[in-house]
Write a protein that binds this ligand. Structure first.
Ligand SMILES: Cc1cc2nc3c(=O)[nH]c(=O)nc-3n(C[C@H](O)[C@H](O)[C@H](O)COP(=O)(O)OP(=O)(O)OC[C@H]3O[C@@H](n4cnc5c(N)ncnc54)[C@H](O)[C@@H]3O)c2cc1C
Length: 388
């Protein structure tokens, strides 16, 4: 019988399981994951950005750990001497802003980021033009530029964590959690679709967009909603210099990918709920004009592929909820609500949650501000970073 059950085997659940296993004193750890192909999971649909440009110190420090971890990923995740395959392209990250308030926030964030050792530069329009000659930056007042950031292959990261966790004894059970039974202030039994009943000591809900459904099984309310995020891969005729992850204050982001580019626009007013369709009209009316405004050569682009994925959007403050259900069941934990930055933070979240579960505290990096306590207190974390 597993001592710890992780519900959901995406990158977050798998990183937690790996960090528990590597600590060597977690007892038996099992991950319940219904779909080993991860067809609908968020992880393989992610764009893969790893950036130090965040508005809260914890997020910067989690990215630092993620950056170092993913840089050494092939070695960390080697199994029987065979390295894990995963690309980390350090093509840079740029976040462009305009207007007095946004520039002031960018400057404050830059000071905080550099005080934490992040290699982020605050650059002006003239420097941006030098760095990216084909970028139209006419209305841009300043940018945060981190040349050593970049993007990873999300699917390879997930497979690396999963393979390594299994090699360390973590059991992946192909099944779905359909109910949780309680006894006093504890989850007593995890019921699976197959009819199996498990009685672990600890349960961790890592079901991402489905985390609210799992919470509902025990009556826990979380402010997490499902939010569609559309991604478009396109190519252009002209050969341009490569673009690292390039984002602007208007929500547009794009970067080089193979022969072309991937792009999206963060739309926080997106209607909530699963929607797997891609809105091509919206691309034509909103995304394309923003792209063409930013890079002239994007006026003549051809969309080759597009897909939708979903954020587990924390409606309180766009930050994750980590740790026990404060005021609820003592052995029911959650790691969800990542709102579009869970991939880069998965290594730090895995390490932190393993420490919390085994030692009762976040030892390496204090993540207690992400506690469910702030949901109870209705006290959002205020951040002026790039929207996820
Ligand atoms: C389009 C898009 C772009 C993104 N870009 C980035 C980026 O550039 N950088 C970044 O850091 N992050 C990015 N993200 C966010 C990142 O992908 C997520 O935060 C992260 O992958 C979440 O991992 P997860 O393990 O929580 O979720 P998932 O990968 O969704 O895994 C959750 C798992 O739970 C399982 N599950 C569901 N219900 C149950 C149940 N009842 N029982 C058992 N298992 C269950 C599911 O099958 C699923 O496999 C992006 C997300 C999207 C959608």
């Amino acid at each position: 019988m597993p001592d710890i059950i992780v519900i959901g085997g995406g990158v977050i659940g798998s990183s937690i399981a790996y960090h528990l296993a590597v600590a060597g004193r977690a007892g038996d750890v099992a991950v319940i994951e219904p779909d080993p192909t991860y067809a609908w999971a968020a992880t393989p649909r992610a764009v893969g950005t790893v950036r130090h440009v965040h508005g809260t110190p914890e997020n910067v420090l989690m990215s630092s750990y993620g950056h170092a971890f993913y840089s050494a990923f092939p070695t960390h995740m080697a199994v029987n001497g065979e390295p894990a395959g995963m690309d980390f392209r350090k093509g840079g990250y740029t976040f462009m802003v305009w207007g007095k308030d946004a520039v002031a926030h960018a400057e404050a964030n830059w000071r905080m980021q550099t005080s934490l050792g992040a290699g982020v530069e605050l650059v002006d329009r003239a420097r941006l033009r030098q760095l990216f000659p084909s970028l139209n930056v006419d209305e841009v007042d300043a940018a945060l530029y981190s040349p050593n950031d970049g993007w990873i292959d999300p699917h390879a990261a997930l497979m690396g964590f999963r393979r390594k966790a299994r090699s360390l004894g973590v059991e992946y059970i192909q099944d779905r959690v359909v109910n949780l039974e309680t006894s006093g202030k504890r989850v007593s039994t995890v019921l699976l679709e197959s009819g199996k009943r498990l009685t672990p000591k600890i349960v961790v809900n890592c079901a991402n967009c489905w985390a609210p459904d799992v919470c509902a099984m025990v009556g826990m309310k979380v402010p997490i909603a499902v939010m569609r995020r559309q991604t478009f891969y396109f190519e252009v005729r002209e050969t341009l210099h490569p673009f690292g992850v390039t984002r602007d204050f208007g929500g547009l982001s794009f970067r080089t990918e193979g022969q072309g580019y991937v792009a999206g626009v963060t739309r926080l007013d997106e209607p909530r709920g699963f929607n797997w369709d891609v809105d091509h009209e919206w691309f034509d009316e909103v995304v394309w004009p923003k792209l063409a405004h930013r890079v002239k050569a994007f006026e003549a682009l051809k969309v080759i592929r597009s897909w939708s994925g979903h954020y587990d959007q924390n409606e309180l403050d766009s930050q994750p909820i980590l740790g026990p259900w404060v005021g609820g069941l003592e052995n029911f934990h959650i790691a969800a609500g990542f709102s579009g930055h869970g991939l880069q933070h998965a290594p730090a979240v895995g390490r932190g949650m393993a420490e919390l579960l085994l030692e009762g505290r976040f030892a390496s990096l204090d993540l207690s501000r992400f506690s469910y306590r702030r949901v109870v207190d209705n006290a959002p974390i205020v951040e002026h970073g790039p929207p996820a």
